[in-house]
Design a protein around this ligand. Structure first.
Ligand SMILES: Cc1cc2nc3c(=O)[nH]c(=O)nc-3n(C[C@H](O)[C@H](O)[C@H](O)COP(=O)(O)O)c2cc1C
Length: 164
């Protein structure tokens, strides 16, 4: 089983979630890739595609929100966003997929990048195997909240179970 996990991350929290999901996927051949390194065409040998990013302004990041992030607290990690990747991506028909995001614990704001990613993956012909899932961070750049890395690992194991 081959799994591609594509993440976007300003300060490392979403990257940490992506890596924990990858660890939870267990025996699979897992490739965890920054969106800046991800090819637009998802290879035919991929069995599951997982895409995640930070929630900015109630949804997926935009160039303007990433510029704000880079100005507020440099440096940032990902050179581009999952929104832009999804605009040109090509998926094998019916590919199993799942979306996730990160959001702050407080305030508990509406909206999430994961919902937008899920919608885009469906538009591209993907077949979601899980509901879009949010993992919580402290403040904008203060890292994952307690227990969230473990929750991400468990979610990775749940995703793996949908494929067997
Ligand atoms: C410009 C900007 C807008 C944000 N908007 C939201 C938001 O609408 N809701 C929310 O819960 N968190 C929001 N956040 C916090 C991010 O979700 C948080 O910085 C992110 O999850 C951290 O992950 P990262 O280290 O992978 O970038 C925002 C952060 C920035 C920089």
């Amino acid at each position: 089983m081959t799994v591609l996990v594509i993440y976007e991350s300003m300060w490392g929290a979403t990257k940490a979630v992506a890596e924990a999901i990858g660890a939870g996927l267990g025996e699979a051949d897992v490739r965890v890739v920054d969106v800046g390194e991800a090819e637009p065409v998802v290879p035919g040998d991929v069995d599951l595609l997982v895409v995640g990013g930070p929630t900015h302004a109630f949804g997926m990041t935009r160039a303007s929100t990433r510029a704000n992030a880079a100005k507020d607290h440099p440096p940032v990690l990902s050179p581009t966003g999952v929104r832009e990747w999804l605009e040109t991506a090509k998926l094998p028909a019916g590919l199993a997929c799942a979306a996730f995001d990160t959001k702050v614990v407080t305030p508990d704001l509406p909206g999430s990048a994961g919902k937008g990613i899920d919608k885009s993956l469906r538009r591209l012909g993907g077949h979601p195997v899980a509901k879009p899932t949010t993992f919580r961070v402290h403040g904008k750049w203060d890292g994952l909240a307690e227990g969230e890395a473990e929750r991400a690992r468990a979610w990775g194991a749940e995703l793996a179970a949908t494929l067997s």
